[in-house]
Every structure is written in C-alpha cells, then in structure tokens.
Design a protein around this ligand. Structure first.
Ligand SMILES: *Cc1c(COP(=O)(O)O)cnc(C)c1O
Length: 391
C-alpha cells in the first residue's frame, strides 16, 4: 500500500515521465504508434519472445507503446503496480469481473451502481450462474452480513444518480476480512480526489470516457491494481475477449491527463457553487451532492462536476430541460460541456425485467454535469430555466 496522501512533486514527476520510444525526435508530445504488429529483426529474437525469454511488443491486441505509456501513467496516478487500458468503461468492468468469477459465485454489490454494470450482473452473469446481492454501501453491518461466501465486493462511490459517498476504506476492510476481492468504479472522483488502492481496494475501474479523457471525444476504460490481479486479466481477458484500447484513443487520453488536476478543480468549484444555490431555490426539494449530504468520507478529498437534484411539482421538468441553453440534453459527462439528464427519461429505459434498477431514484430527479463554461454563465442559465419552467 502506498501513502494515502500523494506527494505533489512525485505526482507531477510521474505525470511527465515518459517512454523514450514514444517520444522519438525529442518530441514533447508522445507519438501515436499506430501499428497493429511489430516485426522481429531475426529468427532468434522471435523465438526468444515466443519462449517468454524476452518481453517486447508483438501485436497491438496485447501491447502497444502508446497504450503502455497511458497505462503506466494511470498506475502511477492510482498508486497501483499496474493498469490496463480498455476500449470502454464497460469493457473494463466486465473484463475485471469475468476474470474473477466462476459459475456458482456470488457478488455483493452496492446499490445504485452504473446502470449498465447492474445490467451486466442481472443478464450475462446470471446466465452463467453468477448471482448478485445488492446492499446499502452506507450500512456496514448489512455489507458485513452479506459478504460471507461472496467472491467479489463491487463498489461505486459516490454512486450513480443518488451520489451517496461511502467509507471505502471500511468497505475494503470488510471484503478482506471475508476473503472477497474488492473492486470500485472510481470514474466520478478520479485519482485526483480519491485513490482507492491506497484505501485497501484491490481493483480500481474507470470509464476513461469521462474525466480521464475529459474532452467528450473518446470512449475508453481502465483497470488498475496489483500485478497478481491485473496479470490474470491480461492473461485471460485481453487476449481472448480481445477488448484492448487502441493507440489513437490512448494518445487522446494522455492529452486529457495533462490537464486532469486543473479540470477537476474547476469542475469542483463550479458544481459546488451551483449545488449550493440550487439548494436555496424554493422549488428544489433536495440536492444530491456528496458535499451537501454530510461530511465527505475519509479518502474522498474533493468533489467533481456531476450531481443531481429533485424538484417539487411547481416545476415542469420537460420545460426546464428545453429552456436550458448551456446544459445540453445528453448522457455521459466529464468533458467541457454542461449536460442535463432527467430521471423521467432514464426510468423508461429501466422499466421491465431490470426495473429493480429503480432503487428509489425519484422520477423528479435531474442530473447535471457542470462543465467548464464558467460558473456565473451556468448559474444564469439554470436560474432562467427554473423560472421559465414554473407551472
Ligand atoms: C459511463 C460510465 C461507465 C461506463 O463507461 P463507458 O466508457 O461508457 O463504457 C461506468 N461507470 C460509470 C460511473 C459511468 O458513468
């Protein structure tokens, strides 16, 4: 385990450290090694590589220098031995989980996880005899009671829509006590505000499509953790499922990482201001923002730009969405743009066999991603839209 508080100089050094191979010609920006395969100079080198006597790039489904550079930076940021790039956050989640479970296994999962993670557990994994028990991550006694015999403890903190932030160190300790492997979706906080491996979590997952990329131009994912676990994923999932990050996407992510700490602080400041002002609005019934729902749990050192709120029946939600100018209607988040998603539309999506997904996310809930357009411009937009939407 690494220190809980990252030395800022060490962090900066790790972020600028780079691989000579991808910085040919002393280029300050790494090159994109856009190749599917790497050739061998002679028979012996090829034979030694295949015999495992030599580690080198062979084929980009396995390793690629641009991807490796991104993976090293992610491992450094998360304080883990290794990280693996995936072509989406869902590929990272499903890859990590599939590498670790067997038929008959049980997963303990906190409620209100990312909807497609929930659907993975309820559809594909169920088909292969893996069951999932859902628990309130704030109720440590309930998690302790659910864990005996479980193979995995799946966490997401803060969780989706409800924005409940959990005591990750305490949950990881419970998993260890019961011999379960812990995983956490850290997309919301990023390693800038939460480094779960330093809190005892075994595997850290990301949708890099969000803040890591940071520009709404890439779909990607990451799994970070100890070599013992990432090695298993590299051996069993990467070659056979074939879900590997491409060099161009890795290059975009490397560019995103350069501004990650600065962007996160700007998202945090604007979102906090908007959340506090919304809490004062007469038609807003509750703001679901971790900083407005009690003290932040140990290990969560800041908050990002994604939060939600509920309104009373004095507000026409479709009219509110349509009156917004800066906040565009759209899923995903983590880029420059501010976005809005009303629970009214996602509830339609959740109906049917997966309606258990609706663990109490109210239909009056609206999720915002606070982008980088500027706090006062965004507040003026929200304020005028709330006025326009009054019944
Ligand atoms: C978007 C998201 C994912 C899935 O990531 P993709 O890159 O879209 O596959 C997983 N977890 C959270 C919290 C997300 O917001």
């Amino acid at each position: 385990m690494t220190d809980r508080t990252e030395d800022p100089v060490a962090l900066a050094q790790r972020l600028v450290a780079h691989d000579e191979m991808t910085h040919a010609y002393e280029a300050v920006v790494p090159g994109i090694i856009q190749t599917s395969l790497f050739t061998f100079p002679n028979f012996q080198e090829m034979a030694d590589t295949y015999a495992g006597k030599r580690a080198r790039n062979v084929y980009s489904r396995t390793t690629n220098p641009t991807v490796t550079e991104f993976e090293r930076k992610m491992a450094a940021l998360e304080g883990t031995e290794d990280a693996i790039g995936f072509p989406s956050g869902m590929a990272a989640i499903s890859g990590a989980v599939l590498a670790l479970v067997q038929p008959g296994d049980r997963i303990v999962c906190v409620r209100h996880v990312y909807p497609d993670a929930y659907r993975l557990f309820e559809t594909l994994l169920k088909k292969w005899g893996v069951t999932t028990t859902y628990v309130d991550g704030a109720d440590l006694a309930a998690v302790d009671a659910a864990l005996p015999g479980a193979r995995l403890l799946y966490l997401e903190s803060p969780n989706s829509w409800m924005m409940e932030a959990h005591d990750v160190a305490a949950l990881a300790a419970l998993a260890r006590k019961h011999g379960a492997i812990s995983l956490i979706d850290n997309s919301w906080a990023t390693p800038v505000f939460q480094r779960p491996a330093t809190l005892g979590v075994d595997l850290v997952l990301h949708s890099a499509s969000k803040y890591i990329g940071g520009h709404s131009d890439t779909v990607a994912g990451v799994v970070a953790g100890r070599l013992e676990l990432t090695g298993l994923i590299r051996r069993t999932i990467c070659p056979y499922i074939g879900a590997k990050l491409g060099p161009f996407e890795a290059w975009l992510l490397l560019r995103g990482l350069r501004t990650l700490p600065i962007r996160m602080k700007a998202h945090e400041a604007s979102a906090l201001t908007l959340a506090r002002r919304l809490a004062e609005h007469p038609n807003v019934t509750k703001v679901h923002h971790p900083a407005l729902m009690g003290a932040l749990p140990p290990g969560l050192t800041g908050t990002s730009g994604l939060f939600s709120f509920t309104v009373d029946d004095g507000i026409d939600i479709p009219a509110l969405c349509d009156a917004l100018a800066f906040f565009h209607l759209g899923v995903s988040w983590g880029g420059h743009e501010s976005l809005v998603v009303p629970a009214l539309v996602t509830h339609v999506q959740a109906a049917g066999p997966n309606s258990a997904l609706d663990f109490g996310v109210p239909a009056t809930m609206i999720r915002l991603h606070v982008g980088l357009e500027g706090t006062e411009a965004l507040w003026a937009d929200l304020d005028q839209a709330l006025t326009a939407a009054k019944r």
